[in-house]
Write a protein that binds this ligand. Structure first.
Ligand SMILES: CC(C)(COP(=O)(O)OP(=O)(O)OC[C@H]1O[C@@H](n2cnc3c(N)ncnc32)[C@H](O)[C@@H]1OP(=O)(O)O)[C@@H](O)C(=O)NCCC(=O)NCCS
Length: 164
């Protein structure tokens, strides 16, 4: 997410969430070295975004939103595919997210994409609860030719030793 994407992202944010982030809140979130923002474009215009936090074991989907006029055209599905590709590249075995208990559209999206609800998180949104949903990802390890047993990204036991 480049600085020039911020205006479009904030417009989508405002159209998507009743408690939309202010520009300052967005900047604060993106300033964390563990957080990355990704934009989805159609014909050169930003039509959606997602924000992901990297921890040592998992990816946490912090936010995902699609411009109202672009919904039900597969933008969020594309975002979730990209998220899985990021998890594989960084050898993270799990993607985790929280979704508002009343946000049926998002719950259906996540379920259709293989996420399952594992926990009710009481008061996650202040006065409302969230469902925590997870998806296991099988990291893809590339072994370099001629060096059997030594994965390209990590230790011979296949587990990465540090975040990339
Ligand atoms: C939820 C949201 C991200 C979905 O984005 P999208 O690009 O429209 O989703 P997709 O087109 O990839 O939809 C994929 C599937 O999810 C489900 N789905 C998505 N939106 C739905 C809706 N409003 N009602 C019912 N099912 C829905 C459907 O199964 C859909 O497949 P289909 O269109 O073939 O029936 C979008 O509605 C949005 O930005 N909402 C406001 C912000 C938000 O709630 N973000 C999630 C926070 S956890």
């Amino acid at each position: 997410m480049r600085p020039e994407d911020r205006a479009a992202v904030l417009r989508i944010e405002a159209a998507s969430f009743p408690d939309a982030w202010t520009p300052e809140q967005l900047e604060r979130c993106l300033a964390s070295p563990r957080v990355a923002g990704h934009v989805l474009e159609r014909a050169g215009a930003c039509v959606g975004f997602f924000i992901v936090e990297h921890t040592s074991q998992r990816l946490h989907l912090v936010s995902l939103a699609v411009a109202p006029a672009e919904r039900r055209t597969g933008v969020a599905t594309r975002a979730l595919r990209s998220l899985e590709a990021i998890a594989r590249t960084h050898a993270r075995a799990r993607i985790e997210l929280e979704v508002h208990e009343t946000n049926l559209a998002a719950q259906l999206l996540y379920r259709k994409n293989g996420y399952r609800a594992v926990e009710v998180v009481r008061g996650y949104y202040g006065d409302e609860d969230a469902y925590r949903m997870i998806k296991a990802v099988r990291p893809l390890v590339l072994r370099p030719p001629g060096k059997p047993g030594v994965p390209a990204h990590g230790h011979p036991d296949g587990r990465p030793r540090r975040a990339r």
